[in-house]
Ligand binder design. Structure first.
Ligand code: ITT
Length: 200
């Protein structure tokens, strides 16, 4: 069995590959198909975008494809940046610029009112059968801090603080992050339904 993890985000691919390793599933990434045109993320929800990517690439590659659409939702910002998380500071994905924009948008919001969550929606698709996609959603709650801490992970991780653990997502080891993260949560839900989907 081979599944193509259809993501250009190296941080995501790394986290997803760990689970497929455990399942004994071979993983390819978009780096293995450099000629492939990008699927546009025109959806209004994580679910729509995850399915657009999974269905689009499964069709083009004629292989099973897993896509992740994810992002940060901040309560005090009415759920922004949400599906715009990768391009919050403008076109062209730039973590440093996105983080700077997040902190500037929150400058007037007191520390105890900076509740946020990360969401990850995973969609698994087979060529030619878009109505049979397996779609799962994972979430983790935290607070946005003004001073970044930690060097692990990617994206907004240094600013995403988990009160129950007393550290940011970027201060966790890959293993710890996987145990608490939105993506880990979604991957466990996917794992639970994997056999049925693959044989079905
Ligand atoms: P692909 O579409 O190619 O998978 P992308 O990075 O553009 O890559 P998204 O559109 O789903 O993916 O945007 C997700 C963004 O949300 C990502 O770029 C980060 O800024 C943020 N994000 C998602 N998961 C995260 C995590 O575990 N830690 C930190 N930031 C995360």
């Amino acid at each position: 069995t081979t599944v193509v993890v259809a993501s250009k985000n190296a941080g995501k691919v790394r986290e997803i590959a760990v689970m497929f390793d455990k399942l004994g599933v071979a993983v390819k990434s978009l780096a293995d198909f450099p000629e492939l045109p990008s699927v546009q993320e025109t959806g209004a929800t994580f679910e729509e975008n995850a399915r657009l990517k999974a269905d689009g690439y499964a069709q083009a590659l004629e292989l099973p494809v897993l896509a992740d659409d994810s992002g940060l939702q901040v309560d005090a910002l009415d759920g922004m940046p949400g599906v715009f998380s990768a391009r919050y500071a403008g076109k062209g994905h730039n973590d440093a610029a996105n983080n700077a924009k997040l902190i500037s948008e929150l400058s007037e919001v007191p520390a105890d009112q900076r509740h946020a969550h990360f969401v990850s929606v995973l969609a698994l698709a087979r060529p030619g059968k878009p109505d049979e996609d397996l779609v799962v959603r994972g979430q983790v709650d935290g607070m946005i801090v003004g001073i970044p801490q930690g060097d692990n992970g990617f994206g907004y991780d240094p600013y995403f603080y988990l009160p129950a653990f007393g550290k940011t997502m970027a201060q966790m080891t890959p293993d710890e992050k996987n145990q608490v993260s939105h993506r880990g949560d979604a991957l466990r839900k996917l794992e639970a339904r994997w056999d049925g989907w693959f044989k079905g």
